[in-house]
Write a protein that binds this ligand. Structure first.
Ligand code: FRU
Length: 473
């Protein structure tokens, strides 16, 4: 343990004490979404099941609610419903990660948890920090008990990457397949093309490049947080590309997040299918998947958006949360994402109605609303501050000026709308469209939201959702 580590280990709990005070009476705190104890949260990291618990590590800025130097925060849960805040897992305390323990993933093997991450270093000087002046290092933290990191080591640095990439090479996602280890890294080339570097290893420590995957036409300048996995027989390259301008109703956010179906073998001959945006709300980015012990492919996304021009009123104390865990499937044409079945255990006070015209339902602090058999236009109003409207082939999510903090509307063109599911928490809304073929996630800050008004012809089912349990340290 070095002196920096020792000091940070003492300081983070002091910052979190402030979080304890801030939490009291804070009506913006969520009831069934993971949040940071204090400060800033971004990407989910190191998602896995290990020793009887789900582990959600995350990008954590305990000292600065607008970002700061990234640590790895840590939540665990045996069931995705009861969560325990664990001690901060990794600190920026080594020469190769001193300006941030950036995003990465988990590999479970031989009764140990291997946490691969990007060590961020910004050298002093007059640099642009893209083509010069930045170290993006692949590093590894190892823990046996799943809580305390016993060792950290540097595995690869910029000189080890291909000659044509810029300094931006990050977010290792690692898995084991056919007796070998594979790692994908997101990269920005020196001529500003986003691409995927595929590495392989026999021993988890020494890595060699085995492929580079990109699109025939440039698709953004950087591919952040790549994830490569197979679900229901289909390979998917999920990623968060930067540098794609708005094109009508496509790419309405500053950065997009979505997937390419991948055909062939990622280690050799392969091709990417058409890019699909997964979540087209205001706040969803850098998702990561993992395999649950029962074989489910689960994804969690960061409910935030880097460099967005909208804000959150909590930004003097804490900021951002995670999406609910979502189960992924390939339906033959599209990836679908729906809330994991565990969420149903939070349900109470179910009610159902067949609507033809208008209906007003009362709503608790959390709601799980389902619309099916939708015929013609439909409108859902959540209190006075959020509205979801389906008409003329467009599904529009609109927030009031008072609740949106700069968020206005997001529009999703659809051929047809068969069903909708909407999860409403105190300050978030997640919309699952047509069996989860598309999602829309947003933060919002309503003055009051205790009614649901539905207009149209459809079948409605609604439950209140109880809060999850958060055991703060
Ligand atoms: C995505 C991202 C990652 C990076 C991390 C730093 O939101 O920019 O590419 O590793 O955040 O916090």
């Amino acid at each position: 343990m070095n002196a920096l580590h020792r000091d940070l280990k003492r300081l983070v709990p002091l910052a979190e004490e402030r979080g304890r005070v801030l939490r009291e009476g804070d009506r913006t705190r969520l009831r069934f979404h993971l949040m940071p104890p204090v400060g800033w949260m971004n990407d989910p990291n190191g998602l896995c099941w290990y020793r009887g618990n789900y582990h959600v590590f995350y990008q954590y800025g305990p000292f600065d609610p607008t970002g700061g130097v990234k640590h790895w925060g840590h939540w665990t849960s045996p069931d995705l419903l009861h969560w325990t805040q664990q001690p901060t897992a990794m600190y920026p305390d080594q020469p190769w990660d001193v300006h941030g323990v950036y995003s990465g993933s988990a590999l479970v093997e031989d009764d140990a948890l291997y946490l691969y991450y990007t060590g961020n270093v910004k050298f002093a000087g007059d640099y642009d920090y893209i083509y010069e002046g930045r170290g993006h290092n692949v590093a590894l933290g190892i823990t046996k008990d799943g809580i305390h990191i016993e060792s950290k080591q540097l595995l690869m640095e910029n000189k080890d990457y291909p000659a044509d990439v810029s300094c931006h090479v990050r977010d290792p996602k690692v898995w084991k397949q056919d007796g070998r280890y594979y790692m994908v890294l997101g990269a920005r080339t020196k001529d500003d093309r986003g691409e995927l570097l595929v590495y392989q290893s026999e021993d988890k420590l020494n890595w060699t490049l085995c492929n580079t995957i990109t699109t025939p036409e440039i698709f953004g300048y950087m591919w952040e947080c790549p994830d490569l996995f197979c679900v229901d027989g289909q390979w998917i390259l999920s990623l968060s590309p930067q540098g794609i301008g708005q094109d009508g109703y496509r790419y309405q956010n500053v950065y997009t997040c979505g997937y390419f179906p991948l055909y062939g073998d990622f280690r050799g001959e392969c091709a990417l299918g058409d890019y699909v945006e997964t979540d087209v709300g205001f706040d969803y980015y850098a998702p990561q998947t993992f395999e649950a012990p029962d074989g489910r492919r689960i994804v969690i996304g960061w409910m935030g958006m880097p460099d967005a021009d909208y804000t959150n009123p909590t930004e003097t104390g804490w900021q951002h949360c995670m999406s609910v865990p979502r189960e992924l499937h390939w339906n033959g044409e599209r990836l679908t994402a729906v809330p994991v079945e565990e969420i149903a255990q939070l349900r109470e006070n179910g009610r159902a109605a067949k609507v033809s015209g208008s209906i007003r339902l009362s709503m608790g602090e959390g709601a799980d609303l389902m619309l099916s058999e939708i015929l013609g236009p439909v409108r859902i109003a959540v209190g006075a501050d959020a509205e979801l409207r389906w008409e003329d082939g467009l599904l529009t999510l609109r927030l009031s000026e008072a609740a949106g903090y700069g968020r206005t509307q997001r529009v999703l063109p659809l051929d047809s709308l068969t069903d909708l599911r909407v999860l409403i928490d105190t300050t978030s809304i997640e919309v699952f469209v047509n069996g989860g073929e598309q999602t829309m996630s947003t933060r919002y800050y309503p003055s009051e939201a205790n009614t649901l008004d539905i207009d149209g012809t459809c079948r409605v089912k609604q439950y209140d959702l109880r809060a999850m349990t958060f055991d703060w340290a």
